[in-house]
Ligand binder design. Structure first.
Ligand code: PMP
Length: 394
């Protein structure tokens, strides 16, 4: 029963229980943490805290084990069908993860005349590292062409134009799984179909890990790199990972012990993934996209609001049913009220939303927008209360 499991899950977030008058609607920026994650961190720090990859006494060995377990847990959480043939690097988040792929892979394997396709209208963290790699390669005399992944105004990729853009020198495609402004499922399986089997695809999964069940290796998710932030998936800030498949030639250097890893972060990631699997990511996906659809459908009927991106009519070949295509992110503007003012008004009613330019690459967006983003703990009642305020402002 949807209401019962959701109420039980929500009750496990102490920050929400402690602040019943506030409504957290900014989970795309970072998620709140369940008691299980807080307990795991406290337990680790009060029992076996030590450094990892060095030392021979039990606390140090246990810490090394936990960090290694976290890497393996990333593989199992992502449904990696061949964990012995992939590498996981723990990072501080998606930005560092994408920079790692750019630095460790692109700059090592690309040469003069190669081309890459990257999104020009997704998160800026999924553009800057590729341009930086291009600059580094150019300094070494290798001119790499960076082209925009063809994209429509809704944020959706244009798969037909993409298929035409791919040539014999296309060596890499960077894409986004769920768009951080539009909330749409970007149909990764269609990107693979358009680029063919041999071009490595790097997926920015910052907004899908913990929200959508990822099943790597299946026909829907045939990608070579998955990059995400643990802190958006119920783990601590400063956590994240790059998963790299070793199937299509050389990948990242094996993860070693080059410095002190974020041991506490690794512990939190283990606990967060266990919690998410116990609750069920499928259930979370359905719950969150039901709430997002409820908000979108109502806002679309209010003349004062414009909902950005992700028209439901494009849902036809999404992995999920049309009603579930929007994954817990709804971004909109008011016709007359500037977005930062709308953010203040909403906070005066207890709603915490994002109200600015949302780190979107290439956005010519002076007005900004308001983003409502959801996770397992949000409720239909919260959406209805938000709508009541928005309707009153019409
Ligand atoms: N990519 C996307 C799609 C995101 O939503 C975000 C976070 N807003 C990032 C990258 C950057 O993540 P982090 O801040 O954890 O590096």
């Amino acid at each position: 029963d949807d209401a019962a499991w959701q109420a039980r899950a929500r009750a496990e977030f102490p920050i929400l229980t402690a602040n019943p008058e506030l409504v957290y609607l900014d989970s795309a920026a970072t998620s709140q943490k369940p008691q299980a994650v807080l307990d795991a961190v406290r337990n680790y720090l009060t029992t076996t805290n030590a450094n990892a990859g060095r030392g021979t006494y039990p606390w140090a060995n246990r810490t090394t084990d936990l960090v290694e377990q976290a890497r393996e847990r990333v593989k199992s959480f992502l449904g990696d069908p061949a964990p012995d043939r992939s590498t996981v690097h723990l990072t501080s988040g998606t930005s560092e993860g994408l920079r790692t792929v750019a630095r460790d892979w692109l700059t090592r394997y690309l040469g003069d005349g190669d081309e890459i396709l990257v999104p020009f209208a997704d998160h800026q963290a999924n553009l800057e590292p590729w341009l930086e790699a291009q600059r580094l390669l150019a300094e070494r005399g290798a001119e790499v062409r960076v082209r925009g992944l063809p994209q429509q105004a809704s944020g959706d990729y244009d798969h037909r134009a993409l298929a035409e853009a791919v040539g014999p020198r296309t060596r890499f495609v960077a894409a986004t799984h769920v768009h951080h402004v539009y909330g749409g499922d970007m149909n990764v399986h269609r990107i693979r179909a358009a680029v063919g089997p041999d071009v490595p695809i790097c997926l920015d999964a910052a907004q899908s890990v913990g929200h959508l069940p990822l099943r790597l290796g299946g026909p829907r998710l045939d990608v070579d790199f998955v990059v995400f932030s643990g802190h958006k998936a119920l783990a601590l800030p400063g956590t994240g990972a790059v998963w790299a498949r070793n199937a299509r030639g050389p990948v990242l250097r094996p993860a070693g012990w080059h410095g002190t890893p974020n041991t506490v972060g690794a512990v939190s990631l283990l606990a967060a993934f266990d919690w998410l699997d116990a609750v069920g990511v499928d259930r979370i996906a359905a719950h969150v996209s039901d709430l997002a659809s409820r908000l979108t459908d109502r806002l679309r009927r209010l003349d004062a609001y414009e909902v950005l991106g992700c028209p439901v009519s494009l849902a036809a070949d999404s992995v999920l049913p049309a009603t579930q295509r929007r994954h817990g992110i709804v971004t909109f503007r008011h016709r007359d009220i500037p977005s930062d003012d709308l953010g203040f008004i909403l906070f005066s009613h207890g709603f915490m939303v994002r109200a600015d330019r949302l780190c979107q690459a290439g956005a010519d967006d002076k007005d900004g927008s308001v983003r409502v983003s959801l996770h397992v703990y949000n409720t239909g009642e919260e959406i209805d209360r938000l709508l009541a305020v928005l309707v009153a402002l019409e």
